[in-house]
Design a protein around this ligand. Structure first.
Ligand SMILES: [Zn+2]
Length: 283
């Protein structure tokens, strides 16, 4: 109920009641910090980048604050990831009430994954964990920037070329590190590495079951699976439960590592994840 009022209040304040805010033409908004990594390199210093989801917050349960909504309303372009739950609700409202903000879908053209085990919640939203996807995501961002400011097209394209080289270098470093693993499986609390696993032929097993904590039976099943597949790595993430992961790691004789797939240092964090899988460095 409290949330309902808050939602109504925010909607009223920034979308429908009164004049709509004007874009300053120099603010761009992204949903999560990893998108900022790409957009900063593409857009350069001429633009101010506003990130909706603050650090250590799960985008799955996030609700934008009034201040972030004001910044969003002033943006020239909003770059949504594509399939994060709240994005669709908010971008619909944004479109209706702030038609001057153009919306760019970073997932456009990406080969999406769907989890057959879950009641269909739509596509797996965590597209940014894959360098292959990052190339497409960056191209989507480039197209939106060129549309926004055609005079700067050459600069944007040059920036994009450099960024693509960087993404490809990140991919080859990771590929090398993951070439010979003792086990290609890993356990993770919240399944944020599906696309990473697809890129590098890994098997991701999530502890979280349909967005909820697992039952004792499900925990036992994961422990058995970890033993059978000789899984040595259990990942936990900032902002999510760690208790069940600790139990599973201990029972299975695996090690537990804290990772942050929402890090703004996109390349460093993916390489760190590869390092952990390759031999348990970087605790
Ligand atoms: Zn997630």
């Amino acid at each position: 109920m409290k949330n309902c009022f808050l939602l109504l209040f925010i909607s009223c304040l920034f979308f429908s009641c009164g004049q709509s805010s004007k874009s300053d033409g120099k603010t761009l908004t992204v949903t999560i910090a990893p998108q900022r990594y790409f957009l900063e390199k593409l857009a350069g210093s001429a633009y101010k980048i506003n990130t909706l989801v603050p650090p250590a917050t799960s985008p799955e349960t996030y609700e934008p604050s009034p201040a972030t909504m004001i910044a969003l309303g002033k943006s020239a372009v909003y770059f949504k990831v594509g399939f994060l739950g709240f994005e669709n609700v908010w971008s619909q409202k944004l479109k209706e009430n702030n038609p001057h903000v153009s919306i760019a879908d970073c997932s456009s053209g990406i080969d999406l994954m769907y989890d057959e085990d879950e009641h269909s919640h739509g596509a797996d939203p965590h597209i940014w964990s894959s360098p292959k996807n990052a190339l497409i995501l960056s191209k989507n961002m480039l197209d939106a920037l060129v549309k926004l400011d055609p005079k700067q097209e050459d600069t944007f394209r040059a920036n994009h070329e450099k960024l693509a080289v960087e993404i490809e270098a990140t991919d080859s470093v990771i590929r090398q590190k993951l070439a010979n693993l003792p086990s290609r499986g890993f356990i993770i609390y919240h399944p944020a590495l599906s696309y990473f696993a697809r890129d590098y032929g890994l098997d991701q097993y999530s502890i979280e079951f349909e967005g909820k904590n697992p039952s004792p039976l499900q925990i036992k099943e994961i422990v058995d699976l970890a033993k059978a597949k000789r899984i040595q790595t259990v990942f936990v993430q900032t902002g999510f439960d760690t208790k069940n992961a600790e139990v599973i790691a201990q029972e299975a004789g695996a090690k537990i590592y804290s990772i942050n797939p929402l890090s703004e240092e996109w390349n460093k964090e993916l390489i760190r994840i590869a390092d952990i899988l390759a031999g348990g460095q970087h605790e």
